[in-house]
Design a protein around this ligand. Structure first.
Ligand code: MSP
Length: 508
């Protein structure tokens, strides 16, 4: 199987915040899981540089714009690195390979007759990098940015989006899972059904951007440039290779609802116009409302995801991204929530389970993992159920549901310890076999859990396996009861998630 997943390419007019980290973590969880299942994967992320707002920030800072983007692109490159995400390529829209491809792509649309010239008179919100109609404004201001949009009158090239309405509706009707979740599919389809207006794909009188091949006096509109990254990257990410034939048919786009229209309407139409297949699937997640006030009061302004990683570690932040809200829905989240999950779920449910299990193996069995003597049918069934649930859920981007399925097994194991009370069993020599079976099941259950969690907790999973004396093989087939191998020299494991000082309460 082949799996290609993209994040949006982020604007570099500022630094990354936790909202960007959210999408990148989610994407990395999905891709790592596919790698465990043996799929050939390609994971793309990167930055969007040719925005007017990027140009303006460079001007404000008194820097030549190329120098500004070269500097800040390095800050953004740190985001996946520090989150322990493993993109196969980090694209910058100022890459030569991208610029070349965008020109070819737009030329194809032009040659196919879907571009015409007209005078644009209208309103442009630089914050949104989007043209606005009067009825989208609130008191004459952009509803999102609260700023008065700029009045623009210039000669532009327009893309004949209106000509694609029927084909887009046919596409949506033929592929009911083209956009997920379902309510986003409905939203996109309703927008198309409501009638489509042609949109401007160029800007005149702006020096920053990719010049149009047929009229070098204009540059590509930032979205007409940015969307094409998903395709351009495949042509130059691996020098000498063209990955389009392998990966394009399997591309899935991930982003939040703020840019749904661009991805679910404009982009498929542009692809059709240029003679490419539309994406395989688009998943639109919700917007995380972050409790900024609480953030700054508690940890001293650490909405910066990189600083949060310093406190909790990348695994905890990744795990929290999956858990914060049900993936796909909107929700509010707080830094206190990260702390809570860290202590209760990672520290107690998982970390203590490993500490107790290894401590008992060390104490009662001299560090030797007992041989398997029988089969715990209940545990084996719980493992099977978890495995198929996680596969099913991650196939539809449900990183929250899959984390929950895994956690049900963690809870099962914790209940098992309490119910079977191995410390009591250990007091009676005659019950030695029973104790062996309990310790085996706990260790095997933890082994299974760690492999299942490896896409969420890539640092922690190998540590669990090592603590149990197991080979670090994260292949998904090992999510199966009874594959624990003999091991000795197991010692009580150090805490997986050491205590972190709680955020200081407001006013303290
Ligand atoms: N440059 C465009 C995307 C071009 S893609 C061809 C852009 N950039 S952005 O920097 O504004 O990033 C928007 C994306 O960042 C969202 O779609 C989402 O993936 C992520 N998020 C930013 N803030 C977020 C939240 N508060 N909550 C959830 N996602 C967030 O748009």
């Amino acid at each position: 199987m082949t799996y290609y997943l993209t994040t949006p390419i982020y604007y570099v007019n500022g630094k990354p915040h936790i909202g960007h980290a959210y999408t990148t973590c989610a994407a990395d969880i999905l891709v790592r899981h596919r790698r465990q299942r043996g799929d050939a994967t390609f994971f793309l992320t990167g930055v969007d540089e040719h925005a007017t707002k990027v140009f303006r920030v460079a001007e404000e800072q008194g820097l030549p714009v190329q120098e500004y983007v070269d500097r800040i692109a390095e800050v953004w490159r740190e985001l996946p690195r520090r989150l322990n995400a493993q993109p196969d390529f980090f694209i910058r829209t100022s890459d030569d390979g991208h610029k070349r491809f965008v020109r070819d792509f737009l030329q194809r649309i032009y040659d196919n007759g879907d571009v015409y010239e007209d005078v644009y008179i209208g309103l442009y919100c630089v914050g949104c990098e989007e043209f606005k109609s009067e009825d989208e404004l609130v008191d004459g201001k952009c509803a999102i940015h609260g700023t008065v949009p700029e009045r623009i009158e210039e000669k532009n090239y327009f893309f004949r989006l209106s000509a694609y309405q029927e084909r887009l509706l046919e596409l949506y009707d033929a592929r009911p899972d083209f956009v997920l979740p379902q309510f986003r599919f409905n939203e996109a389809r309703a927008f198309i059904a409501g009638g489509l207006q042609d949109f401007s794909i160029s800007r005149a009188g702006q020096p920053w951007g990719i010049p149009l091949p047929w009229d070098e006096s204009q540059v590509a509109y930032v979205w007409a440039d940015a969307l094409i990254n998903y395709l351009s990257a495949l042509t130059y990410a691996r020098p000498g290779e063209d990955l389009r034939a392998t990966f394009w048919p399997e591309v899935r786009h991930l982003m939040a609802k703020d840019i749904l229209r661009f991805h679910c309407v404009y982009w498929p139409a542009m692809l059709l116009a240029a003679g490419y297949d539309v994406p395989k699937q688009i998943f639109v997640h919700g917007y995380l409302l972050l409790d900024d006030k609480k953030v700054s009061k508690s940890l001293g302004n650490v909405v910066d995801p990189l600083e949060l990683i310093d406190v909790y570690g990348a695994d905890a932040i990744r795990y929290w991204c999956a858990r914060a809200v049900s993936f796909g829905q909107d929700g509010s989240a707080s830094i206190d929530g990260i702390h809570e999950r860290y202590e209760r779920e990672l520290g107690n449910d998982l970390g203590n389970l490993l500490s107790r299990t290894t401590a008992m193996v060390a104490r009662y069995r001299d560090g030797r993992i007992p041989e398997r003597s029988g089969r715990n049918d209940e545990l084996a069934a719980a493992v099977d159920e978890m495995r198929s649930a996680v596969e099913r859920q991650l196939d539809v981007f449900d990183i929250t549901g899959a984390a929950d399925s895994i956690w049900q097994l963690v809870r099962w194991l914790n209940r098992y310890v309490t119910d079977r009370a191995p410390w009591e069993v250990a007091k009676d020599e005659a019950r030695a076999r029973e104790l062996d079976a309990i310790l085996y099941d706990l260790a095997d259950g933890l082994r299974v859990v760690s492999i299942a969690l490896a896409s969420y907790l890539p640092e922690t999973a190998p540590r669990i396996l090592e603590a149990l004396g197991q080979p670090v093989d994260l292949s998904w087939v090992n999510v199966d009861y009874g594959r624990l191998v003999a091991a000795d020299a197991v010692v009580g494991a150090a805490p997986l998630f050491p205590r972190v000082d709680a955020p200081t309460p407001a006013g303290a």
